[in-house]
Design a protein around this ligand. Structure first.
Ligand SMILES: NC(=O)c1ccc[n+]([C@@H]2O[C@H](COP(=O)([O-])OP(=O)(O)OC[C@H]3O[C@@H](n4cnc5c(N)ncnc54)[C@H](OP(=O)(O)O)[C@@H]3O)[C@@H](O)[C@H]2O)c1
Length: 319
């Protein structure tokens, strides 16, 4: 297959490009600053048509991941960039895709599990999950993330692309042992004795192991029944305190300083990020994947954490 990945130079794009490249598929990443890679990287700006259209037209599959990282403080300029980069690139692809005589047969667009409400009480699947936004007492940053996610999905679905099937991937945090990835950062806290529960510790963490993420993407590409929104998350989200306890056990330590809410606010400010990323309860489950018979290789966090830690150790011992 020929696979185009706009915005594929980041964490998730790297996981997917590596997977498809290893399977012998022809991978082309669209980047604002193409770099040498085992696959092809070509230039686009995410805003205007260009030579990249020829590569898109020849592709069987498009997986759009473009968007300014949300790992920053939500100041006005960052909010604008987070929102605009996602909406503009998705609208551009829609305009181009609708005009092509030969378009990719399937387009997977990134979305996020953050679109669901802060959920402590029950799990959110695609059919019965409730979207968040303006819940009483919800911080403004949480509402902002939901506005981004809903605007992004609207921009994706509002144009008909008769030759192209569309799926919005409501992904949970995708964990791989790669350098600089989210797992690397989280394990860094554990390694430095800071991996205790965060805030109340009762808020749920939704997550997916990279092996299941790429297998789920394979299924979404292969299976014509998938259109619309699909949750990509392990079937077993768990409270933050249990999540970190299992990660400490996988690393081999019992010590982890717990961080109350006020310390999380200071810590995330120092790390130039937002407390929403750890304090909002994401209790998201993969209803449609399970209904299609998808078998998770890592359904439970303790086994996933052990695998990620051992592969992280292997990677760092080689450096
Ligand atoms: N990581 C996760 O676990 C996770 C979970 C749920 C949803 N998502 C979503 O999935 C997508 C990929 O995630 P990721 O972790 O791989 O993100 P990432 O590492 O930040 O990569 C996103 C890519 O988007 C491109 N980009 C950044 N700013 C842009 C702009 N202003 N205009 C156009 N392109 C821009 C960048 O590529 P160039 O600089 O090369 O152009 C970057 O490599 C994101 O949209 C994210 O919100 C991720």
């Amino acid at each position: 297959m020929k696979i185009a990945i706009p915005g594929g130079s980041g964490q998730v794009g790297h996981i997917l490009a590596r997977h498809f490249h290893a399977q012998g598929h022809d991978v082309t990443v669209f980047s604002r600053t193409p770099r040498p890679a085992p696959w092809r990287e070509i230039c686009w700006d995410g805003e205007t048509p260009g030579d990249w259209i020829a590569a898109l037209e020849q592709s069987d599959v498009c997986i759009n991941l473009a968007g300014r990282s949300v790992n920053c403080r939500y100041y006005a300029a960052n909010r604008r960039a987070i929102f605009d980069s996602r909406i503009r690139s998705t609208r551009l692809l829609n305009r181009v895709m609708a005009s092509l005589p030969r378009a990719p047969r399937v387009w997977l667009n990134a979305s996020t599990a953050t679109i669901y409400r802060h959920a402590l009480d029950r799990a959110m699947d695609e059919a019965t999950g409730e979207l968040g936004g303006r819940e009483a007492g919800a911080p403004d940053t949480w509402n902002f993330s939901i506005d981004v996610a809903t605007g992004w999905e609207e921009a994706f679905f509002d144009t008909a692309t008769p030759r192209t099937r569309k799926v919005a991937m409501r992904s949970a945090i995708t964990f791989s042992p790669d350098r600089g990835g989210i797992f690397d950062v989280l394990l860094g806290l554990v390694r430095h004795g800071l991996g205790g529960s965060q805030g109340p510790g009762t808020q749920f963490v939704s997550w997916i192991h990279e092996a299941d993420f790429v297998r789920a993407v394979d299924l979404l590409i292969a299976c014509e029944e998938f259109t619309g929104v699909v949750n990509l998350a392990s079937p077993n989200p768990l409270p933050n305190a249990d999540f970190l306890r299992a990660l400490r056990a996988a690393w081999g330590t019992r010590i982890g300083l717990a961080a109350p809410g006020w310390l999380i606010e200071i810590g995330t400010w120092l790390m130039r990020t937002e407390s929403e990323l750890v304090l909002k309860s994401r209790r998201v489950v993969p209803g449609r994947l399970l209904a299609a018979g998808f078998q998770f290789q890592f359904p439970d966090w303790p086994a996933a954490a052990r695998d990620l830690v051992s592969r992280w150790r292997l990677r760092t011992s080689r450096n």
